[in-house]
Design a protein around this ligand. Structure first.
Ligand SMILES: [Fe+2]
Length: 314
């Protein structure tokens, strides 16, 4: 199996907010390399693009091949999820039915395990880094504050999502405009970090994005919902993404989002997972605008970019 090279490094905290024993500052970098398989899949597959208040999202539906789609269902359907995941400490008190997610050992084992389908995702990240001439790294492995933790790579497993959970679970994966609590190296300056606050993806600044991969049980239907809902800053619903099996969605990490409420018939048992990578695309030059470069590159590469106008269920 053709494999990507992934380099580890340790981030530093720039505030005390996550200075807790459970915080792990390990980050992973997908070494730049152009994989023809990723390149061709992007070129031949359809991609949808849209924006919420200027923040981009992209959706790919035919990235994985048939055998990989089966493999993903097998991998996520049989993985271990022994941690509960809540929207917030308040939602625990309010009796939120939690999602299941991986504990640290489980997600580490899952991340480290090699599988052809997930390796395609790593290749895609390496290809992005190569084509954008950028460093593509994960956020720190786990940032913990109080009893809640924010992992950089995680699978969440749902058999149901209530309307209350949708409401209580709203969050951003990052918020560089209000401030981040760890240092991102400034690659075009020596021994400097980017500032704690910046506008996501503006020239010379990092672009913080999340990549989500859905998987579902074979009897899952799109009308059961449970995908992801995205909101603007006024809390208005702008985008409702169905969790189609093997669908990929890349979005700017500071868009407010939550798991969509389920609408599953009473005697039907289904599951869906979302596997999320919280990523930073870090420019190597001061004049690079990675958010714009990425859109230009995808548009030039794939003739099948569909521009979406919101609000929308897709
Ligand atoms: Fe999220």
């Amino acid at each position: 199996m053709e494999k990507t090279s992934i380099r580890r490094s340790m981030a530093v905290l720039t505030s005390d907010y996550y200075a807790t024993p459970k915080t792990s500052l390990m980050t992973f970098h997908f070494e730049p390399e152009r994989f023809n398989t990723s390149y061709n899949r992007l070129k031949e597959g359809a991609v949808s693009h849209g924006t919420i208040e200027g923040k981009d999202f992209y959706i790919w539906d035919q990235f994985f091949q048939e055998n990989e789609r089966d493999e993903l269902r097998d991998l996520f359907g049989n993985a271990h999820y022994s941690r509960f995941s809540y929207g917030s400490p308040e939602s625990i008190e309010q009796g939120q039915k939690p999602a299941k997610s991986m504990n640290n050992a489980e997600r580490w084992a899952f991340f480290a395990k090699s599988s052809p389908a997930l390796e395609e995702l790593n290749k895609l990240f390496s290809t992005f880094a190569h084509e954008m001439d950028a460093d593509l790294m994960t956020l720190p492995w786990e940032l913990c504050h109080g009893i809640t933790g924010s992992p950089s790579v995680i699978a969440n497993y749902h058999e149901e999502v209530t309307k209350e959970s949708l409401h209580l679970g709203k969050h951003q994966d990052c918020s560089p405009s209000t401030g981040i609590h760890f240092g991102i190296p400034k690659l075009y300056a020596e021994n400097e970090l980017h500032g704690r606050q910046f506008e996501n993806g503006t020239s010379g600044n990092p672009w913080m994005i999340s990549m989500m991969l859905y998987s579902t049980s074979s009897n899952f239907l799109p009308e059961y919902k449970m995908g992801t809902v995205f909101f603007d800053s006024k809390d208005e619903l702008k985008l409702q993404v169905a969790c189609n099996h093997a669908r990929l969605i890349l979005f700017e990490g500071d868009i407010h989002h939550s798991a969509d409420a389920s609408e599953i018939p009473p005697d039907t048992k289904v599951w869906r997972t979302s596997y999320v990578f919280k990523l930073i695309m870090n420019p190597k030059r001061a004049n690079q605008n990675l958010k714009q470069d990425f859109q230009k590159w995808l548009t030039s590469l794939s003739p099948n970019v569909t521009e979406l106008s919101l609000p929308l269920f897709v």
